[in-house]
Write a protein that binds this ligand. Structure first.
Ligand code: ITT
Length: 194
């Protein structure tokens, strides 16, 4: 088993990713375990591009396998916004959620369909290659916040499959079906073959 560094500055993501990867890697580090500050400009047009850019830069710098997640929320009624700009829709989660709810004001439940997408890139320095895995979760954007778990848009994302808002369940339950959980399930199968 190899060590792995998770290339994210988002603590919510790290908290979800780490338990999903335990047992498949020896030590799992976050960027916070190292004193250097590495900045990766997320200027790609596609999630996969940004995920690969983050994984390559961090894995190349530290000389160890690196995993990066680029994800976003796409709302059909908003032509796919906030999408790749999901983390830049406001200064913090509260602002981002308020902006989203404002833009959906007056739209009934049926028109509030949304999808979370996650592209996870694994960079292996010894092969100098990136492998990308995808997962998605369909649901609806509610009218107000529910629950206080998770991160990002979780308090307003209702999953019919899970029968709940994502902020109302544990990390373990969310990981079972979430976009990130699904992408990592594919990555784990891949890791078992190498
Ligand atoms: P890193 O690039 O450092 O990983 P980030 O937060 O900037 O952190 P992204 O560019 O991938 O990450 O932005 C993804 C945004 O999409 C994230 O900040 C949330 O606002 C939202 N998001 C993604 N997955 C989510 C989830 O499972 N629950 C709630 N919101 C999520």
């Amino acid at each position: 088993m190899k060590n792995l560094i998770i290339a994210t500055t988002n603590r919510g993501k790290f908290a979800e990713l780490k338990p999903l990867l335990t047992g498949h890697f020896q030590e799992i580090y976050s960027l916070a375990d190292f004193s250097e500050t590495l900045t990766v400009v997320e200027d790609g047009l596609y999630y996969a591009e940004n995920a690969m850019k983050k994984a390559r830069k961090v894995g190349g710098h530290f000389g160890m396998p690196a995993l990066a997640d680029d994800s976003g929320l796409e709302v059909a009624a908003l032509n796919g916004r906030p999408g790749i700009h999901s983390s830049r829709y406001g200064q913090n989660d509260g602002e981002r959620i308020n902006r989203l709810l404002g833009e959906l004001d007056g739209i009934p439940w049926d028109g509030r369909e949304a999808k979370f997408k996650a592209y996870v890139a694994l960079y292996l320095p010894e092969k100098d290659r990136c492998y990308v895995f995808y997962g998605e979760l369909s649901g609806f954007i509610g009218f107000e916040k529910h629950g206080s778990n998770g991160f990002g848009y979780d308090p307003v994302f209702y999953s019919p499959e899970l029968g709940t808002y994502l902020a109302e369940i544990s990390t373990e339950e969310k990981n079972r079906l979430s976009h990130r959980g699904r992408a990592i399930a594919l990555l784990r199968k891949f890791v078992e073959t190498i």
